[in-house]
Write a protein that binds this ligand. Structure first.
Ligand code: GLU
Length: 499
């Protein structure tokens, strides 16, 4: 039971749909979700698309798919609506215009007519904006208007004193206020900058906690000043630690790279397609800056929800432990009930085999194979390579090197004899069951005085085309009597050819 004293939090994930969601963004969303669920509050998805030049429509779809995949359901958002709709900033432009005008009326913002070229001149000299239009007389303003210049609206930030942002995990962050040099709030196209939109929306949407990457710390004093200018209470800020590249060198890049000889992708969709279980990814990311109890690395969603406190987040940046993700995914795969794992594997194996998922879902062979490979895969996409032999027609199992069919310390003739005896057993044992097959094979090996390992090699290679396979008698059962016999006959023919 949740303690009655916890205030339901309203938290938002506010991505800019400019590219594909990466692991850092997903971690932010995860922490948002955990805190909302922990407090019995709401998780809100808000799309910050005010930078229309960088807007990429495919990224919105990618983003929602990735969040859904991880199981982060939102209570309010562009698709589900909510009391503060719309949740897409470009559809809220009138609101921002209203609040920018209100600030002008209060003398807390002003129209600035400085042209791009004039700003460029300042930049070239290493200078910030010089507040040149902050105190224009009405006549001077009218003259600039008459020139046909377009205007932006800038914040008239206080010129003295200091500003403090209270960060729940970092403590107070204080800056000299004059370092905030009248940032643009509304662009000449009538769209707000991130700063105005984020403050207006966090207020109007009743956001209680702002969780976002630490790269936003430099913007936080400006946001605090804007909240003050509007006379609104600021939310609690929680600037999450940056996730470093797996190499530990610098911030995680937004491109693929090679780590320990393996490709590392920062993009969530590569993990969705690569066969990672959402539960494993959830658990993995929850450990990035938060810890269940300082020791346990594996925990369920429910356990994380139960314990998650923003104040327990560490502000310290850590490198993404990429290798651990595979290990953790393997742990989750082994914990799966075979029926669920089967359902999860079907799309991967079907794609790998190039057949219809619907057809494969009905295929008894995969049902039987799942428990046989469950211990051996770390990601779902590895399964095809372990089971494909079962789905190949007998005449397509080729023995590129028939010498593989020869058991250790056996001759080709002896291996042929083994295969012949085994084929007889496969043809006759009743019932055709794993334990019965195993007993019959063991006693045949003893009769021929051949070590079981060498004895089984010709059979294993005959049935699967390879020297390493899932457990042999189970594999035989997967194939069935007739198919096993066909393969053994083919193998004998291949051996005879080299004898
Ligand atoms: N739109 C910003 C981003 O892309 C959101 C920052 C915030 O959460 O305030 O990351």
């Amino acid at each position: 039971m949740r303690a009655a004293s916890i205030q339901p939090a309203r938290v938002r994930f506010a991505p800019s749909p400019t590219g594909f969601l990466h692991l850092g963004g997903l971690r932010t969303a995860l922490f948002d979700w955990l805190y909302a669920r922990h407090t019995g509050g709401q998780f809100i998805l808000r799309i910050e698309d005010t930078d229309q030049k960088r807007f990429n429509p495919a990224s919105l779809e990618n983003l929602m798919r990735s969040l859904r995949w991880l199981g982060l359901d939102w209570d309010e958002g562009p698709d589900v609506g909510g009391p503060h709709a719309p949740y897409i900033q470009s559809e809220r432009r009138k609101l921002y215009q209203h609040y920018a005008s209100w600030l002008i009326a209060q003398g807390k913002a002003y129209r600035c007519y400085t042209s791009e070229e004039e700003l460029e001149e300042l930049r070239a000299r290493g200078l910030p904006y010089d507040r040149r239009h902050r105190d224009l007389t009405p006549a001077a303003q009218a003259a600039l208007e008459a020139e046909g210049r377009s205007a932006v609206i800038r914040f008239a930030a206080p010129l003295s004193g200091s500003t403090t942002v209270h960060d729940a995990i970092r403590g107070p962050i204080t800056v000299e206020t004059h370092s905030v040099v009248d940032p643009v709030l509304l662009k000449s196209d009538g769209l707000p900058t991130y700063h105005l939109a984020v403050v207006v929306d966090d207020h109007l949407m009743g956001i209680t906690h702002v969780l976002r990457g630490e790269e936003w710390i430099p913007s936080a004093p400006l946001h605090q000043l804007l909240f003050d200018a509007f006379g609104w209470e600021a939310p609690i800020f929680v600037h999450l630690p940056v996730i470093l590249d797996p190499s530990g060198k610098g911030k995680m890049s937004k491109r693929k790279s090679v780590v320990d000889g393996r490709e590392f992708s920062p993009f969530v969709h590569d993990y969705m397609e690569g066969g990672y279980l959402p539960d494993a990814m959830f658990n993995f990311l929850a450990n990035m800056g938060w810890s269940y109890d300082g020791e346990r690395e594996i925990f369920t969603r429910e356990e994380a929800v139960e314990r998650f406190e923003v104040t327990d987040i560490s502000p310290k940046a850590t490198a993404l432990p990429f290798g651990k993700l595979d290990w953790m995914n393997g742990v989750y795969i082994r914990q799966r009930a075979p029926a669920q794992l089967h359902a999860e594997l079907v799309p991967y194996v079907a794609a790998g085999l190039g057949i219809e998922a619907r057809e494969l879902a009905q295929d008894r062979r995969l049902v039987e194979l799942v428990p046989l490979i469950q211990e051996r895969i770390k990601v779902l996409s590895e399964a095809t390579a372990l089971v494909d032999w079962a789905f190949v027609p007998a005449d397509q199992i080729v023995y590129p090197d028939p010498s593989l069919l020869i058991g250790k310390k056996l001759t080709a003739a002896e291996s042929l004899a083994v295969l012949a005896h085994c084929a007889e057993l496969v043809g006759s044992v009743e019932p055709f069951e794993v334990s019965v097959l195993e007993a019959a094979f063991r006693s045949q090996a003893e009769k021929m005085a051949i070590k079981l390992g060498s004895f089984l090699t010709p059979v294993r290679v005959a049935l699967t085309g390879r020297a390493v396979s899932p457990p042999l008698f189970e594999s035989m059962h997967v194939l069935g009597r007739a198919e096993s016999l066909r393969r053994m006959a083919n193998a004998m023919a291949a051996l005879r050819a080299v004898e």
